[in-house]
Design a protein around this ligand. Structure first.
Ligand code: 3HC
Length: 303
């Protein structure tokens, strides 16, 4: 039985070349982890300015990882950083970037139309064997896949921020994802050094279905003036053992992301009160105080 559970189908190919689309918080973390674990990575963003910032944040994070892994061996640490960077290239042309890809991981803005536009082009440009996944936090994988002719080779891979640190990876199988694709994604997740769990194609999968209403409820406490941000964070850290309180965590995730998730869920499920975006959240997004990534959210951050 043990042997059977480890067997692979004969046609299964090994995922070696990974294209990551989107150079934001998640895309850069995913690209880094993929390169760190020996994959050839192409990271794509339309905006060269963002790519410059992405390279900086990857270099920064890589040096933290290497210090941890090679505490007493700085030369080996330097080699690790060099080798990892050597496996990464960056590009602005998405269609060009998928020519040799075994796997494409999309981590762009949470907007169905924009995702459809991207995937239609990629579907034409990528070889038949290429598997597509989305790192969406809140949209339906099946709906994203519906614009392609490879729904059997389409699934979800949902990572967590900071990607180099968080061990979990959610693997999403739609009713149309083939068993072979699903197995390849599970094997790839393991090769990326993550612990994988499976979830159906449902809003928020497991983590965000539980976490986002929790963050939202914390912000509703602020709307009502029930407690201060500091007291809410202290409460959940010391009273429930969370590494970060919900207000800090909302700053960390990014308010644009949380608002996009809540807006889309609130539209679909107006009866669920915790899906209703709070006033404080909307105000921060309007003021472009998106959290840690912009230097200010509920709290202020210095580098
Ligand atoms: N890259 C590399 N290493 C990093 C890193 C990064 N970006 N961020 C932190 N680290 C490392 C540090 O170097 C440090 O290593 P060390 O133990 O060797 O010193 C270790 O992680 C701990 O970091 P810090 O000492 O700076 O701080 P903390 O102990 O507070 O840990 C944290 C930071 C890991 C972010 C922790 O606070 C935490 O787990 N927070 C909760 C994060 C969370 O819940 N994420 C999920 C968000 S939801 C999401 O992403 C889904 C999306 O769809 C919305």
């Amino acid at each position: 039985l043990l042997k059977r559970s480890f067997s692979t189908t004969p046609s299964m190919h090994i995922i070696k070349n990974i294209t990551v689309i989107g150079g934001g918080l998640m895309g850069s973390g995913v690209a880094q982890v993929a390169a760190q674990t020996g994959h050839n990575v192409t990271l794509v963003d339309l905006n060269p300015e963002i790519l410059k910032k992405t390279e900086e944040s990857i270099a920064n994070s890589l040096s933290r990882v290497s210090k941890k892994l090679y505490k007493d061996k700085p030369e080996e640490g330097e080699k690790f950083v060099r080798d990892t960077k050597g496996r990464m290239k960056i590009m602005t042309d998405a269609n060009q970037s998928v020519k040799d890809a075994d796997l494409v991981i999309e981590a762009i803005v949470e907007n169905m139309e924009v995702k459809h536009k991207l995937f239609k082009g990629l579907d034409e440009a990528a070889p038949q064997k290429t598997i597509f996944v989305s790192n969406t936090s809140s949209l339906s994988i099946g709906e994203i896949a519906s614009c392609t002719k490879r729904r059997d080779r389409f699934g979800g891979m949902h990572f967590f921020n900071p990607v180099p640190v968080m061990k979990l990876l959610e693997i999403i199988k739609t009713p149309e994802t083939s068993e072979e694709t699903y197995k390849e994604l599970m094997a790839c997740g393991k090769a990326l050094g993550k612990v994988c769990i499976s979830c159906k194609d449902t809003p928020g999968f497991v983590v965000n279905r539980l976490l986002v209403p929790y963050l939202s409820e914390a912000m509703h406490l602020l709307d009502r003036g029930d407690a201060s941000p500091q007291d809410i964070d202290t409460a959940m850290k010391l009273g429930a053992g969370y590494p970060m309180g919900p207000i800090e965590l909302a700053d960390f995730v990014g308010h644009d992301t949380t608002l996009a998730i809540l807006d889309s869920w609130h539209k679909k499920y107006p009866e669920i009160q915790s899906f209703k975006p709070s006033n404080v959240l909307r105000k921060l997004v309007e003021e472009k105080k998106l959290g840690r990534k912009t230097g200010e959210g509920f709290y202020k951050y210095t580098k």
